[in-house]
Design a binder for this molecule. Structure first.
Ligand SMILES: NC(=O)c1ccc[n+]([C@@H]2O[C@H](COP(=O)([O-])OP(=O)(O)OC[C@H]3O[C@@H](n4cnc5c(N)ncnc54)[C@H](O)[C@@H]3O)[C@@H](O)[C@H]2O)c1
Length: 368
C-alpha cells in the first residue's frame, strides 16, 4: 500500500465539512484514499476544533502558527479552503515552504492576486493545483473529449447560460461573498467555474470581453441583504477566444432551475450540453452538419457532491502529485485566466466597452 498522503487543511468551513473533512476521515466514498490529516488551521479555533474532532490525530492551529507547521511537519499537501480573498497569503506561504498546494476556486479575487500566485508557483519547487472541480464531472470530461476529437469540427461560437436557484442565489448575498472585496463578485467566485470549463473545452485563451452586469433581485439594504452588498446578480458577456471562437456567457440568479445549457457550434456540427446541478442525468445532443439526425446521449449522474466531481477530483490527486504528471487539475495560469476574465467583465461593464483580458506573465516576458 502507498504511504498515506500527509495533509494540512486551512479553512474549516462549509466546503471542508462537505468534502475535505469526509475525505480526510475516510468516510464513503473516500475510504480507498490513504490520507493522514496533520492539522486544521482556521482563524476560528472553534471551527478548527470541531473539524479536527472527526479527524483522528489532527492538531488544531491558528494561521500565525502556519510557518512553524510547514517547516516542522513538511506536509505532502496543503489544502486551502478559506474565503476567496484569503487564498493568496496562505498559498504563497505554503509554496514558499516548498509544499504542494491544492487551493479552492477561484484562485483569487483580483487578476493582480491571481498573477502573483502564478509567479509564486513558478518560483516554487512545489506544485499549485486549483480545485476547479467541474472539470472532473464525467459529463465534462466527455464533452472535452468530443470537442478535442473534432466531432463538431472547429468551434466557432457557443452560448453558455448558468442559472442559480433561489436559495443558493440568496446565500451569495447574505454570506461573505456579498462584497466584491471578499469574493470578486459572482463573475469571479461563481463564473470562474464556467470560464475555466469553457477555456478547457476550447483549448484556447480568452482574449477580449464585453459585458453588462446588473442588480435585478438582491438590492442592498432590502429584505435582509446587507447595506454593503456591492456585487451583481446578473452577468451577460461576450468573450472572444484566441482560437477565434466567440462565447455568449450568462449567469443569472433567482431561477427555478440550477445548472446550465451550453450549445457549441462548430464547422462540422453542433453540440448541446445540459447539466442540472441538483438531480437527474446529463444530456449531450450531437448534430453533425452532414447527417439528417443527431444523437442524444444520456449520461449517468454519478453519486456524491457536484455530481461525483469532488470524489473524482480527490481520487485524481495521488497521480497528479507524481513528479512531471499532467492531470485535469487547472494550473495556476489557467485558473488566473478565469479570474482575469471575470474581473475584466466587471471593468468592461463599468466602462461600457470591450476590454482585453490580461494574461499572466511568463518567466520569459516578466519584468524582473
Ligand atoms: N469547488 C466548489 O464547488 C466550491 C464550493 C463551495 C465553496 N468553494 C470555495 O471554497 C472556499 C471556502 O468556502 P466555504 O463555503 O467553505 O466558506 P466558509 O465561510 O464556510 O468557510 C471558510 C472558513 O475559513 C476560515 N477563515 C477565514 N479567513 C481565514 C484565514 N485568513 N485563515 C484561516 N482561516 C480562515 C473561516 O473561519 C471559515 O471556517 C472558497 O474559496 C469558496 O469559493 C468551492
Amino acid at each position: 500500500m502507498n504511504e498515506p498522503l500527509r495533509v494540512l487543511l486551512i479553512g474549516a468551513g462549509a466546503r471542508t465539512r462537505k468534502v475535505y473533512g469526509p475525505w480526510l476521515s475516510g468516510l464513503p466514498p473516500y475510504q480507498a484514499e490513504p490520507v493522514r490529516p496533520l492539522a486544521v488551521v482556521d482563524t476560528d479555533t472553534g471551527a478548527a476544533r470541531d473539524m479536527a474532532r472527526s479527524l483522528p490525530g489532527a492538531a488544531v492551529a491558528r494561521p500565525a502558527e502556519l510557518d512553524r507547521i510547514l517547516t516542522d511537519d513538511r506536509p505532502d499537501l496543503v489544502v486551502v479552503a478559506t474565503p476567496d480573498a484569503a487564498h493568496r497569503d496562505h498559498v504563497v506561504q505554503a509554496l514558499a515552504a516548498g509544499c504542494t498546494t491544492l487551493v479552492e476556486k477561484p484562485l483569487a479575487t483580483t487578476a493582480e492576486d491571481a498573477f502573483a500566485l502564478v509567479r509564486a508557483a513558478e518560483d516554487s519547487s512545489a506544485r499549485l493545483l486549483v480545485g476547479h472541480n467541474l472539470r472532473f464531472t464525467n459529463l465534462h470530461g466527455q464533452v472535452r473529449a468530443l470537442l478535442a476529437g473534432g466531432h463538431i469540427g472547429t468551434v466557432l461560437e457557443a452560448d453558455f447560460h448558468y442559472t442559480l436557484g433561489a436559495s443558493h442565489s440568496r446565500s451569495y448575498f447574505t454570506r461573505w461573498h456579498h462584497t466584491r472585496a471578499a469574493s470578486g463578485g459572482l463573475e469571479v467566485t461563481k463564473a470562474s467555474h464556467h470560464l475555466d470549463l469553457l477555456a478547457w473545452w476550447l483549448g484556447a485563451q480568452p482574449v477580449t470581453v464585453t459585458a453588462l452586469l446588473e442588480r435585478r433581485h438582491y438590492l442592498p439594504g432590502k429584505e435582509g441583504i446587507p447595506e454593503d452588498a456591492d456585487i451583481h446578480d446578473s452577468v451577460h458577456a461576450l468573450i472572444q477566444y484566441a482560437s477565434g471562437a466567440t462565447v455568449h456567457y450568462a449567469l443569472t440568479l433567482n431561477s427555478p432551475e440550477e445548472g446550465y445549457t451550453c450549445t457549441l457550434r462548430g464547422t462540422e456540427g453542433t453540440c448541446t450540453v445540459q447539466y442540472d446541478a441538483r438531480s437527474g442525468p446529463h444530456f449531450v445532443d450531437l448534430r453533425s452538419a452532414s447527417a439528417a439526425e443527431g444523437t442524444l446521449r444520456k449520461i449517468r449522474r454519478e453519486e456524491g457532491s457536484h455530481a461525483g466531481a469532488d470524489r473524482r477530483m480527490l481520487e485524481a490527486l495521488p497521480e497528479a502529485l507524481m513528479p512531471g504528471a499532467t492531470s485535469p487539475f487547472a494550473t495556476a495560469a489557467e485558473a488566473a485566466l478565469a479570474v482575469a476574465t471575470g474581473t475584466a467583465m466587471y471593468d468592461a461593464s463599468r466602462l461600457g466597452r470591450r476590454l482585453p483580458i490580461p494574461a499572466p506573465t511568463t518567466p520569459e516576458n516578466r519584468d524582473e
